[in-house]
Design a protein around this ligand. Structure first.
Ligand SMILES: C[S@@+](CC[C@H](N)C(=O)[O-])C[C@H]1O[C@@H](n2cnc3c(N)ncnc32)[C@H](O)[C@@H]1O
Length: 302
């Protein structure tokens, strides 16, 4: 009972974030989206919404999409409007797809951003999809796309740290691109483990460094110009973290360097992208002199 009260209090506290002065006008724009649109959606590499929109509606939808910048994850297409996100998120989703078996399962995407992967998962017919992300902007992007998709995906404005008080347990959790943002990676993994059912599985990707040793890089300030990157482990160190968090087995699915096909500057973000994060003379290094971003994808079993 205490748990539920805390969760409800947290939800209503975070609902207030939707009234922040940078978010409120976006929410108002969403309320004026065209009504009674009969749209069909295809959930392929590009998530495409096809409907019959008149010119006024098309122009309004474009205004809303532009106001919701930056679009990190995607791409999406709404009628002729192509939202060319910074990340070609299908690289990551397609890499994981052969390992995913979520039919009839309760699935969590922790750090779900605008929900790109959750939309793609709909095709696999899971019993339920719940996304966690504490960003009101990304939730607003999700609500914008979901206005047309009309899915029953649940989006919680919560963080991985709230899994401990969450009232649903998951069969499969995806926690992609989040662990390096945590200053407490082992307790984060513990929270993920505790949120899983007995035979549950975790799909996770994180930055890694090469080597057999059980060590990790701790950037002094920024890594690849990103301020909140705390620990970048070798694969063996990552496995140790998982075992210490209580997982019984860890399978390495893939190791992949991020390249400019996957992450690049587009008109849908205002700032810089990977091209500016690497050393001009040596793309094997970040501008700070650390090894360039490389990710390991794992599946950890309870
Ligand atoms: C690097 S992005 C990764 C997005 C996506 N999962 C992917 O792999 O493409 C990190 C995401 O984590 C979200 N995030 C930030 N703090 C978080 C927290 N405490 N718990 C869960 N997600 C968080 C951010 O809003 C952002 O959407």
């Amino acid at each position: 009972m205490i748990k539920n009260n805390t969760l409800d209090e947290l939800r209503s506290e975070r609902q207030k974030w939707m009234s922040w002065k940078n978010i409120k006008p976006l929410r108002q724009m969403l309320r004026k989206l065209p009504k009674d649109i009969d749209a069909s959606v295809s959930f392929d590499d590009k998530i495409e919404i096809i409907g019959k929109f008149n010119n006024f509606q098309k122009s309004y939808i474009k205004d809303v999409a532009l106001s919701l910048k930056p679009w990190r994850k995607g791409p999406f297409k709404i009628d002729e409007l192509f939202i060319d996100s910074e990340w070609q998120s299908f690289f990551k989703y397609n890499l994981l797809k052969p390992y995913i078996n979520i039919k009839g399962k309760v699935v969590g995407d922790i750090g779900c951003n605008n929900g790109y992967y959750m939309f793609r998962m709909l095709k696999e017919n899971p019993a339920k999809i719940i996304g966690f992300d504490p960003s009101p902007l990304f939730k607003t992007q999700f609500d914008f796309i979901n206005y047309f998709v009309k899915s029953d995906i649940v989006y919680e404005l919560l963080g991985v740290e709230h899994l401990d008080i969450y009232d649903v347990k998951f069969d499969t959790i995806f926690c992609l691109g989040v662990l390096y943002h945590r200053s407490d990676p082992i307790s984060t993994l513990k929270s993920l483990k505790k949120a899983l059912n007995k035979d549950g599985e975790l799909f996770l990707d994180t930055f890694m460094i090469d080597g057999d040793e059980e060590i990790c890089l701790t950037p002094k300030q920024r890594y690849s110009k990103i301020p909140n990157i705390f620990f970048i482990p070798t694969i063996n160190a990552l496995k140790n973290w998982c075992f210490r968090a209580g997982f019984s087995a860890v399978e390495v699915l893939e190791i992949k360097k991020t390249n400019l096909d996957e992450q690049r500057k587009t008109n849908w973000i205002d700032g810089e992208s990977l091209g500016e994060f690497l050393d001009e003379d040596n793309p094997e290094l970040t501008v700070e002199g650390y090894p360039a971003p490389k990710r390991v994808y794992i599946k950890a079993l309870c």
